[in-house]
Design a protein around this ligand. Structure first.
Ligand SMILES: [Zn+2]
Length: 153
């Protein structure tokens, strides 16, 4: 397994390498979660990273503009860096299995977006939930479920 892992997400790979990794015709949420693409991003953090970079979880990696790829790359650094700092401060070296996570949007659907105040929405999959800000990430569209999201491709 280890041999197929992508490069570490923190620090984020340099722009050219990152663009190459992300330039796949797959939705950003599963793409970023795929440890073979980039290693170390858990599903909760994907929501945070996409929210930070103001990108829809249903955009495809290969459809992103250069500036969006860079925004995504910087968001990886920012979000994961802040998470690491938080853990160091709060729990020190003794990281418990289930440490509280400093999440701003993940699993907070129904609450106001911490940046713009719009109600956060979520798409529910069999095994996980994707939370996003419709105003900033999907052009105001609320994606009810997977079937609807397919229509929006
Ligand atoms: Zn917002």
């Amino acid at each position: 397994m280890v041999a197929t892992l992508g490069p570490e997400a923190l620090p984020a790979p340099p722009p050219e390498q990152f663009a190459e990794l992300i330039g796949q015709p797959r939705h950003l949420h599963p793409l970023l979660r795929d440890q073979r693409t980039i290693a170390g991003i858990g599903r909760s953090w994907v929501d945070e990273i996409l929210w930070e970079s103001q990108l829809s979880p249903f955009r495809k990696g290969s459809e992103l503009e250069e500036a969006e790829v860079e925004r995504l790359r910087l968001a990886c650094d920012l979000v994961l860096g802040a998470a690491l700092e938080h853990y160091e401060e709060v729990v020190g070296d003794a990281l418990p299995d289930k440490a509280p996570m400093p999440l701003k949007v993940h699993a907070r659907h129904g609450e106001p977006c911490p940046r713009c105040g719009t109600t956060l929405e979520a798409v529910f999959f069999a095994e996980h939930t994707t939370t996003y800000c419709p105003a900033e990430q999907t052009g105001g569209r609320v994606l009810k479920d997977r079937r609807l999201s397919r229509l929006l491709k």
